[in-house]
Design a binder for this molecule. Structure first.
Ligand code: 5AD
Ligand code: SF4
Length: 466
């Protein structure tokens, strides 16, 4: 599964404004995959003269790229649609048209329901059909309300435009690149296999070409994305079967590509070549998001994770033997149906044993249509809340301890963007922490050697080592 984030991905374009220019505002919910998809949709719309705006009121088209992973995420969409309905009405009163589109996993899972509950919505489009967006908008213009959620037989990636140079540059020196989509694991709590469909890997040549384009536009760090990224497989130029390890090797041959990451992985798909890549490729950052979800073997079984805690711990030991400075991140769910106090204590024990530099934890949310929804023995909300509080306190303690251990270390920092203070830049440590440092804006994109001098709640402080 991909990590949870909530971002506003609308980015103002550099294009000159003219009355003929149409504006799109994209709001992105959920995971990095959605961030990537939002950028690709924006690129696809550019062909029809759309530029991005970060002012919703100015938009001719508002697209919500939605997340269905938990109930709360889906509900957010309906409340946003309520506000958009009012805005659309207000604009219509002023003689200005505004189209509303819903994309992403809520669109895929609840397309009909959205059209029924939200009459202001003009377009519902699922994640596999984004390349049909321009055509779908034409249909809206002709007066249709469009529902486009059939799994497209054609490969969406072949039809979606690759990132454009100027836009990529404006988006920064780090980039996401989706290499795999969908999931065949069917964890019993998870909607992804239903919303994103079964596993599909993009071909090597397509990935390499896209990575090269990103690097040509100034990108220094690429994060390979997939719901189950380490299930990626393909055939190399040598005609051999490749896994993610081989793909990473190939990508390190791109000159100027300084850093690689990948997310999110399933423990069962960490094969030898991927573990060896952590040992052999200095460009591969020593940070791994490897969710286990629970520390109880009984619950892991009920979740259909198909591994035990002992297997997970042994796997971590092998990866750390390959790359001793590797830091771990994970996801946890508390209150899966049938989870007892003892099961939960097992989760706390596992966290103590493994030690996480960062982790995401959630209360189990029943997702209609998943096997978990039909299980009896649902855990009461207040019990889930108490468990989550205890788990998050432990994870936060570990995160702070990890940050404290960084103080005094000299590390490589990729300078990404201006900081809050003048003369300050923000960069990323190899372990994905934000680091504030005094540096010149002309250095954005450089990798500099810095010494960590302090740790705040969400970021580190450092000084450049001359
Ligand atoms: N309830 C709570 N958390 C969930 N996740 C996935 N499905 C659910 C659910 N039904 C969490 C998992 C996953 C992360 C992205 O979201 O921990 O790894
Ligand atoms: Fe969901 Fe499990 Fe697949 Fe991750 S591995 S996307 S949690 S079904």
């Amino acid at each position: 599964m991909t990590q949870e984030i909530a971002v506003l991905s609308a980015q103002p374009d550099m294009a000159l404004e003219s009355p003929a220019v149409r504006k799109v505002f994209v709001k992105t919910y959920g995971c990095q995959m959605n961030v990537y998809d939002s950028d690709r949709m924006t690129d696809a719309l550019a062909k029809d003269g759309y530029v991005s705006t970060d002012v919703m009121e100015d938009a001719d088209l508002v697209l919500l790229n939605t997340c269905h992973i938990r109930e709360k995420a889906a509900e957010k969409v309906y409340s946003a649609l309520g506000r958009l309905r009012d805005l659309k009405k207000k604009k219509a009163g002023e003689g200005r048209e505004m189209m509303i589109g819903v994309a992403g996993c809520v669109a895929q899972a609840e397309g009909d329901e959205i059209l029924r509950r939200a009459p202001a919505v003009d377009l519902v489009i699922g994640p596999q059909t984004y390349h049909r967006l321009p055509e779908a908008l034409q249909r809206v213009k002709r007066g249709e309300r469009v529902l486009e959620t059939d799994y497209a037989i054609e490969d969406k990636f072949e039809h979606l435009p690759a990132p454009d140079k100027a836009k990529t540059r404006a988006r920064g020196v780090t980039a996401f690149l989706t290499v795999q989509e969908g999931c065949d694991k069917f964890c019993t709590f998870c909607v992804v296999p239903y919303t994103r469909g079964s596993e599909v890997s993009r071909p090597v040549a397509q990935i390499v070409a896209e990575a090269q384009k990103l690097v040509d536009a100034g990108v220094r760090e690429i994060t390979l994305l997939g719901q189950n990224v380490n299930a990626w497989h393909g055939v190399g130029a040598d005609g051999e079967k490749w896994g993610l390890g081989e793909l990473l090797h190939r990508l390190t041959r791109i000159e100027g590509l300084a850093r690689l990451r990948y997310t999110t992985s399933h423990p069962r798909d960490m094969d030898d070549s991927l573990i060896d890549a952590h040992r052999d490729l200095p460009q591969l950052m020593p940070y791994l998001h490897l969710p286990i979800q629970s520390g109880s073997n009984r619950i892991l079984k009920a979740m259909n994770r198909r591994h035990t805690t002992a297997e997970y711990i042994a796997l971590i030991a092998r990866i750390k033997a390959a790359r001793p400075d590797l830091a771990l991140s994970g996801d946890f769910i508390v209150g899966f149906p049938g989870e007892t106090d003892e099961d939960f204590e097992d989760t706390l024990r596992l966290v103590e044993t493994v030690g996480y530099a960062q982790a995401f934890s959630f209360k189990y949310s029943t997702r209609p249509g998943t096997p978990g929804a039909d299980l009896g023995d649902q855990v009461p909300e207040d019990v889930k809340a108490k468990r989550l509080e205890r788990l998050q306190a432990l994870l936060l303690k570990q995160q702070n301890e990890f940050a404290q251990q960084c103080i005094g270390k000299t590390i490589d920092l990729l300078l990404e963007k201006p900081g809050r203070m003048p003369g300050q830049l923000i960069g990323r440590s190899p372990w994905l922490q934000s680091v504030n440092v005094d540096a010149n804006a002309s250095q954005i994109g450089d990798i500099v050697s810095v010494r960590i001098t302090g740790a705040g709640p969400n970021s580190l402080f450092a000084e450049v080592v001359s």
